[in-house]
Design a protein around this ligand. Structure first.
Ligand SMILES: O=P(O)(O)O[C@H]1O[C@H](CO)[C@@H](O)[C@H]1O
Ligand SMILES: O=c1cc[nH]c(=O)[nH]1
Length: 289
């Protein structure tokens, strides 16, 4: 069935609405970063760059490293942007823009987030790396889609009851990383953890500057929450959306976190750029050997 102009929106040059990309400009391995400046910090390691495209917060460089074609794209902040980026990345691969129909043969993308995050457990060191084996999303995005039987309801239920979560807040959803990609990052360099994805950086992550919180004990509750011996390790703003959208669309995703803050200890990295740079190098070594 033909997808209407109001749903699949193409720019006058045939590129997709927000990302501004044409189908041939996207690789099958994609690195997502939050900050548009981080795109250059990744692509400077490529052997060659084929395309550079930029619109709003969505900046893409496609090139290759050691013979592997890779696109690196900035998503900006938050799972609302993840909804846009994942739908448009999928459309670029799996929808024929000429006929406006879904292709018969679908391509599964490999997607790696290189992001920053704050630890919630005191023993997690600043400037260390964490790979998210699971995400718990406080962001509501997945609740707008059907076919979410892969969500881990028992985990969500346990969280709601152990923390006495205010029913005005959306029910958190839980989704796991791609197993094969998770295995690729099994190493001493990467601690495995469960990542909480929040709808904001301040109140939703329990930060107080001038405003009072609805539940001032929530970060303590998150720290103490335990499901079958597993604890939530860190807070950020995209992983649940990335894991959920990847599952829905048939892609494979992994989220890597440079731990810049430790919320339990009240500390922050003295050199965040160095830590991010080091995570970028370690990631490229693993995905483009
Ligand atoms: O460094 P990035 O990838 O943007 O990730 C983290 O940093 C931002 C907040 O400072 C949020 O996007 C959060 O998820
Ligand atoms: O504490 C932090 C650090 C980075 N990104 C976040 O979302 N939270």
């Amino acid at each position: 069935m033909e997808i209407k102009d109001s749903e699949l929106i193409l720019n006058p040059d045939g590129s997709i609405y927000h990302l501004n990309l044409l189908p041939h400009q996207l690789a099958d391995t994609i690195i997502t970063v939050g900050d548009p400046d981080r795109v250059d910090a990744v692509s400077k390691y490529f052997d060659e760059i084929e395309f550079k495209v930029h619109k709003r917060e969505f900046k893409t460089h496609t090139g290759s490293l050691n013979g592997k074609r890779i696109s690196v794209i900035s998503t900006g902040i938050g799972t609302d942007n993840i909804d846009i980026v994942f739908n448009e990345l999928d459309a670029l691969k799996n929808i024929d823009f000429e006929t406006r129909t879904v292709k018969k043969e679908l391509t599964s993308l490999e997607i790696i987030r290189i992001g920053t995050s704050g630890a919630i457990q005191p023993e997690i060191e600043i400037d260390s790396f964490l790979v998210s084996e699971k995400a718990i999303g406080f962001d509501n995005l997945l609740h707008f889609y059907g076919d979410t039987s892969f969500l881990e309801e028992d985990f969500s239920e346990a969280f709601v009851s152990q923390t006495n979560l205010n029913s005005k807040k959306s029910k958190p959803y839980v989704v796991s990383a791609d197993e094969k990609l998770l295995k690729k990052f099994f190493s001493e360099k990467f601690r495995q953890g469960i990542t909480a994805t929040n709808v904001g950086f301040y109140g939703p992550q329990g930060r107080v500057l001038r405003l009072k919180l609805e539940d001032g004990k929530m970060n303590n509750k998150i720290q103490n929450f335990n499901f079958k011996g597993k604890k939530i390790t860190n807070l950020e703003m995209e992983t649940s959306g990335i894991y959920g959208m990847a599952r829905l669309l048939g892609h494979r995703a992994i989220s890597l976190n440079a731990i810049l803050a430790n919320r339990a200890n009240g500390t922050f990295s003295k050199n965040p750029e160095k830590t991010i740079e080091s995570l970028i190098k370690s990631t490229l070594e693993i995905i483009a050997k």
